[in-house]
Design a protein around this ligand. Structure first.
Ligand code: CP
Length: 343
């Protein structure tokens, strides 16, 4: 046991002061240091008793959600988190139809205007380069912006809730954790890549399994290399080879970022065909347990499609993807409270 000078009863105000990320944007998960990540998780744990009942910490504060791409989880859970903190929400889920973006208002102008109303903005946008350029241009003329997913490369709050789930289920020590991220398309797996960046920041081991030609984007590799991350990328493995790899390497968590190709898009049939070699089953996970002695946790960012994995996993101890949804609310309460601040 190590005694520290700040040892004492838990205090949310003191915890938020300690996290010290008030007023910051969140674009990539590795914008946060390992200490800041730890403090975001500690704050989230303090909010867990209130994730249903709520508490009055951000009365009269306003969160705006502006989503240029469809969403259920990311938008609703940020909005739920803000309501549970006692705050209010402005929501725009179809800006190209029902906001002045339909009258050609630029993203820059929209953010500058919203910043006069709200205290924090959660933005989802298909064009990461556009958003990053506008955030730089806006400088001091914007409220903090939390990415709800930009382009193909970043979805940091999904990565945070995945990390928080891993932190809770495996006891908080990332340095002993091994995580496999498996998808035919690592080039567009923004949730899996955000999880990977956070895991790398905390010293966990990452094993990618993807396909030739759709590898991890250079922007993510540069970040992983910059953090001296321990990671390896395998390509074109069969499902049996992946199961053996999981058992041999003692993988703790299997992360399935899901289908990146929308219904009706060219290439979806090809993606779903490749997906056949990523179809993890209850029997396969049981075989891994017999080989390695580990009950591998299965994580997925959802939504999911038939054909991605055996939905029979829902009824087993491997299932973490619906539990992730529960953890997303206290995690996002923590993020909002820490970024807006309590004073
Ligand atoms: N996981 C996720 O980002 O889901 P939504 O698209 O529903 O927000």
């Amino acid at each position: 046991m190590v005694l520290t000078p700040d040892f004492g009863p838990r205090d949310i105000y003191a915890q938020v002061e300690k996290t010290a990320i008030k007023g910051r944007h969140l674009t990539f998960i590795d914008d946060l240091s390992s200490d800041e990540l730890d403090n975001v998780f500690l704050t989230a744990e303090m909010f867990e008793p209130y994730w249903r009942s709520g508490l009055e910490l951000l009365r009269h504060r306003i969160l705006c959600t502006l989503f240029f791409q469809p969403s259920t989880r990311t938008r609703f859970s940020h909005e739920t988190a803000m309501y549970r903190l006692g705050g209010n929400v402005l929501t725009e889920s179809n800006p190209l139809v029902s906001s002045s973006a339909a009258k050609n208002e630029s993203l820059y102008d929209s953010i500058r205007v919203i910043s006069q109303y709200a205290d924090v903005l959660v933005l989802r946008h298909p064009d990461d380069e556009r958003v990053l350029a506008d955030i730089e241009l806006l400088a001091g003329d914007t409220i903090p912006i939390i990415s709800g997913g930009y382009g193909n490369v970043t979805h940091p709050t999904q990565g945070l809730l995945d990390m928080y789930t891993a932190w809770r289920v495996l006891g908080g020590d990332f340095s002993t954790m091994s995580v496999m991220i498996a998808t035919p398309d690592l080039s567009r797996a923004r949730s899996g890549q955000s999880f990977a960046l956070g895991l790398a920041r905390m010293g966990a081991r990452i094993v990618y399994s993807g396909t030739t030609g759709l590898r991890t984007p250079d922007v993510i590799r540069e970040k992983l290399d910059g953090m001296n991350a321990t990671y390896v990328e395998h390509n074109d493995l069969t499902i049996r080879q992946q199961e053996d790899l999981i058992a041999d390497e003692g993988i703790d968590l299997l992360y399935l970022p899901g289908c990146s190709v929308k219904k009706g898009d060219p290439g979806r049939d090809d993606f779903m065909k490749k997906m056949e070699e990523y179809y993890f089953t209850v029997d396969g996970l049981e075989k891994i347990r017999e080989q390695s002695g580990k009950t591998v946790g299965v994580m997925h960012s959802l939504p999911r499609n038939e054909g991605e994995f055996d939905f029979g996993i829902d009824q087993t101890a491997h299932e973490l993807y619906f539990k992730q949804i529960g953890f997303s609310v206290p995690l996002r309460m923590s993020l909002i409270a820490n970024i807006v601040g309590l004073n």
